[in-house]
Design a protein around this ligand. Structure first.
Ligand code: BG6
Length: 505
């Protein structure tokens, strides 16, 4: 079964006007993130007439390059990673917006050179500035201090013009202590309305659709609670490994890389109460409420509620210690102590080098109270209904339920009804970074985590990090498998098994 028709009934943001003119300064302009995500996102925004006009994009990085060689470098990366092909004429328009400053992030001369370029760009762009920290996290404090010392950023109240905004990449800190220190440092120089802590999962269409599905339809909300839901599974499985990022991953691991941020953000959207409105703060108020209600583990509870794993061969990757204990896989049981979810376990799992790339949220409903069709199920186990929100790669929604098999007797079978975004709306899904850059330029922080939620997420993860960091005995799993067998016991205690890692609905 599949959805056959869809119509856009309003709120089509792609029809909204471009943001005001703006200068975008990218620190780490020759790095992987800029090449893979930021530059392709900006190019695609231009193709959709959503990049500000005028707009100047100043790259800052250590590599000595001219603006022309920087533009060639960006062209190569955009050609590799853009979701649409690069068109030579339009590329020229994009390349004309690029500028480049070469220099060390620790050196005053870099900021002096940047100040000169900014002055020229400001006169064209009305002084609106967006700084993007696409560097390793260790550099963030240095960037903030230097930008403030050179008066390139300054505190502004909400809606003040010209705008001065900063996007900080993840991971935002390594634990609660370091995140607090970073937040305090930034807060010395900027107001909370100017700080955009990015979590690209929140820019994914399918993640945003969690709220539309829940609060735009009256059929789901009455069932969305402990009376009807048995358990929830949130999976972010990747088939790729660490892709040459050995040094980064060694000091990060799966909890800091994707669980503290992406998975907990998705969980809060799935579990939150109805917000008073769709404004940034009303939504973020409800999300933080979920995180506050999550039961905190003590270090001694970690073994029973969190399982780690490392793929075989990880220790042979460049930049990784031969005796590394870094986890590349994690499975967690999370309990939310509020009225809606009391007693409903949320099982989270994420890992590298698993059987399939699949990110999904599966809402497992309770079994019927009395199975009337025991004999008719003819060997099939009568399975409770499951609603699956397929975040990626086959974006869509599926509902599994039982139905009568056609014939002269009552035979029961499981069926799946499925909606695929690609078929339903016949329009391409834009990249998360496009949406998030656009929102930041418009000053809309709805899809950016607020300080309180980042702090609380670290508070929840800290006991797990304390229990795991440097501790020997990490279970090893085979690349291409479903993860360590030890994780099966976590969900088996509840009488269940993990969903198979498959793209298919
Ligand atoms: C990033 C992590 O935040 O998310 C990567 O640092 C991970 O390790 C990536 O591969 C996954 O993002 P996506 O959008 O491909 O699911």
């Amino acid at each position: 079964m599949s959805a056959v028709s869809a119509e856009v009934i309003g709120g089509d943001e792609r029809a909204s006007p471009r943001p005001e003119p703006c200068v975008i300064v990218i620190f780490g302009a020759t790095g992987d993130l800029t090449g893979r995500k930021l530059a392709p996102a900006l190019y695609n925004l231009m193709l959709d007439d959503l990049l500000p006009e005028p707009c100047v994009i100043i790259g800052v990085a250590r590599e000595p390059m001219t603006t022309a060689t920087f533009a060639d470098h960006v062209l190569r990366r955009v050609s590799e990673h853009s979701r649409r092909e690069v068109d030579p004429a339009r590329w020229e328009r994009f390349a004309a917006k690029l500028d480049y400053v070469a220099g060390e992030f620790a050196t005053a001369a870099t900021y002096d050179a940047l100040a000169e370029r900014l002055a020229a760009a400001d006169s064209r762009c009305g002084g609106n500035r967006l700084f993007y920290f696409a560097t390793p996290p260790a550099v963030f404090p240095m960037l903030i201090e230097n930008l403030a010392a050179h008066k390139l950023i300054e505190r502004r109240p909400v809606d003040a013009r010209p705008a001065c905004r900063v996007i900080v990449e993840k991971p935002f800190g390594r634990d609660l202590g370091s995140a607090t220190a970073l937040n305090d440092l930034i807060a010395k120089h900027l107001d909370e309305n100017q700080i955009f802590r990015i979590d690209h999962y929140l820019g994914k269409e399918t993640v945003q659709n969690i709220l539309v599905l829940r609060f735009g339809n009256s059929i789901f909300e009455p069932l969305w609670n402990r009376n009807h839901v048995d358990h929830v599974e949130i999976t972010a499985a990747e088939s790729i490994g660490i892709e040459g990022r050995g040094a980064f991953y060694e000091s990060t691991g799966v909890i800091r890389d994707v669980v503290q941020n992406h998975l907990l953000q998705v969980l809060s959207l799935v579990a939150m109460e109805v917000p008073a409105s769709f404004s940034a703060d009303d939504i973020r108020d409800e999300k933080i409420q979920v995180l506050r209600s999550i039961r905190r583990l003590h270090v001694e509870d970690v073994a029973a509620n969190a399982i780690r794993g490392q793929y075989r061969g990880y220790r042979d990757e460049a930049g990784v210690a031969k005796d590394s204990t870094t986890a590349t896989y994690a499975a967690l049981r999370v309990m939310i102590d509020d009225w809606r979810w009391q007693g409903v376990p949320f099982f989270l799992r994420a890992g590298k080098h698993l059987a399939e790339r699949v990110t999904e949220v599966a809402i497992h409903f309770k079994s019927v109270p009395l199975v009337l069709f025991k004999h008719e199920a003819a060997g099939e186990v009568l399975q409770p209904a499951v609603l699956t929100l397929r975040i990626q790669p086959e974006e869509g929604i599926s509902l599994r339920f039982v139905a009568k098999v056609p014939g002269d007797r009552i035979a029961i079978g499981n069926v799946v009804m499925s909606m695929a975004y690609a078929d339903a709306f016949h329009r391409p899904i834009s990249e998360a970074y496009e949406r998030l850059l656009l929102d930041c330029m418009r000053g809309d922080a709805t899809l950016y985590p607020r300080r309180d939620s980042v702090d609380r997420a670290w508070q929840l993860m800290d006991p797990i990090l304390h229990a795991w960091d440097g501790a020997p005995g990490v279970p090893i799993y085979e690349p291409g498998s479903a993860g360590p067998v030890e994780a099966d016991a976590l969900i088996a205690v509840h009488g269940d098994t993990w969903r198979p890692l498959t793209k298919a609905p």
